[in-house]
Design a protein around this ligand. Structure first.
Ligand code: AMP
Length: 367
């Protein structure tokens, strides 16, 4: 069985690493000849709209999935005419437009921060009146890792922020003073079977995921139920197949959905060692119509992202129990180059292991 993956980044690479033991073969499409996934499968180098590259990519693959959601809708629709694309084009199109996404959740009765569309500068004042200030102005498309957004505190900051974001279609969201950020990963099979990973707690640094604690500490069962209900509603409305990640704000007045990603997700990397079945294996099982694997956490896990610089392996591996994942990428400031996972029998043991990894990595950076 051959799986085609749109995008050849670290998520594609980890899908390949999970799928090879299952007897799967992989083909990736990516514009970059040095895409990290090239080490675990065949790489077709080409742009998303390059018809010849798409033809080479699609020939002989049994199912297509993606690890990157900014593939043009047209490309995905064209592929979907000849091979199953899972999750389907609807999930992709909903997830990559923040306005569509927020309206989708609102339509399901799932709470989000109050939001208003900003199609042009003339709508800024109305949007601010509708959601209040402070607020976050975000581009509707192509935002990631905190890029494409500005916090706006005073009315006179609205127009400069809109201009800095390129004057493209935007959305204004009320600023949420959350207690913490969580995410939940759900997986749905072709037959409609659904499973959820435990919600995890995410910490960001400079807009990029820095640390995931899995399961999230101090999780009231009612919160888990609610997070699962929101994820289930989205999975079913999209007739979804695969892993879906939903980012949440744990706020004073309840749990709010921030956004979703129609793919495996950085906040699920802990599941490689920390869950009975990893998010990568379950994504593959789901899109192939195979039975899903158990999603329970085996223990308490911590995942530390390695961003910008890659510490030498022997430094990281000096931390007892540290599992190193290097993506084979050229270092660049702000670039995700790898991650380290540590496990603990309980939260205290996990937190101690995370602290050791952090100290070793920071020491290496000389900070
Ligand atoms: P996003 O690209 O929507 O995931 O946003 C990146 C980060 O910005 C989030 O992880 C939050 O830390 C912060 N953020 C996004 N939206 C809001 C909001 N409405 N209120 C407060 N913080 C936000």
């Amino acid at each position: 069985v051959r799986v085609g993956v749109l995008g050849g980044g670290q998520l594609g690479r980890m899908l390949g690493l999970a799928g090879v033991p299952l007897g799967l073969r992989f083909r990736f499409l990516d514009p970059m000849p040095d895409a990290p996934a090239a080490e675990v499968g065949e790489l077709v180098t080409g742009h998303w709209s390059d018809a010849a590259a798409l033809e080479r990519f699609a020939r002989g693959v049994d199912v297509v999935t993606y690890e990157f959601e900014n593939v043009p809708a047209e490309t995905v629709r064209r592929l979907a005419e000849r091979v199953p694309v899972r999750p389907g084009p609807l999930a992709l199109e909903t997830a990559r437009d923040r306005l569509r996404e927020k309206r989708f959740f609102a339509g399901l009765g799932v709470p989000t921060a109050p939001f208003a569309p900003v199609d042009g500068a003339d709508q800024l004042a109305d949007a601010a009146a509708a959601v209040g200030l402070p607020a976050v102005l975000k581009t509707r498309q192509l935002g990631y890792d905190g890029k494409g957004q500005r916090v706006v505190r005073r009315p006179e900051e609205l127009e400069p922020a809109w201009r800095e974001l390129g004057g493209v279609p935007q959305i204004l969201e009320a600023f949420v003073s959350f207690r913490r950020e969580l995410s939940i990963l759900g997986v749905r099979g072709v037959d409609g079977d659904v499973a959820f990973y435990p919600p995890v707690e995410n910490h960001h640094h400079l807009g990029i995921l820095d640390l995931t604690l899995a399961p999230a500490p101090a999780l009231p069962p009612a919160l888990v139920d609610r997070a699962e209900a929101y994820a289930r509603a989205a999975l079913e409305a999209l007739d979804y197949a695969g892993v879906l990640a939903i980012e949440l704000f744990d706020a004073e007045d309840g749990l709010l959905v921030n956004e979703m990603a129609p793919r495996v997700h950085n906040s699920g990397h802990w599941s490689i060692e920390g869950a009975v079945t990893s998010q990568f294996e379950n994504h593959l099982r789901a899109i192939l119509g195979w039975p899903l694997g158990p999603t329970a956490a085996r223990c308490a896990a911590g995942m530390v992202n390695l961003v910008g610089e890659m510490p030498p392996p022997e430094i990281v591996l000096a931390a007892p129990g540290a599992r190193l994942h290097s993506y084979g990428k050229v270092p660049r400031p702000g670039r995700k180059l790898g991650h380290v996972t540590v496990l603990g029998a309980d939260e205290a043991e996990r937190d101690a292991a995370v602290a050791v990894v952090r100290r070793l990595v920071a020491g290496e950076r000389g900070s």
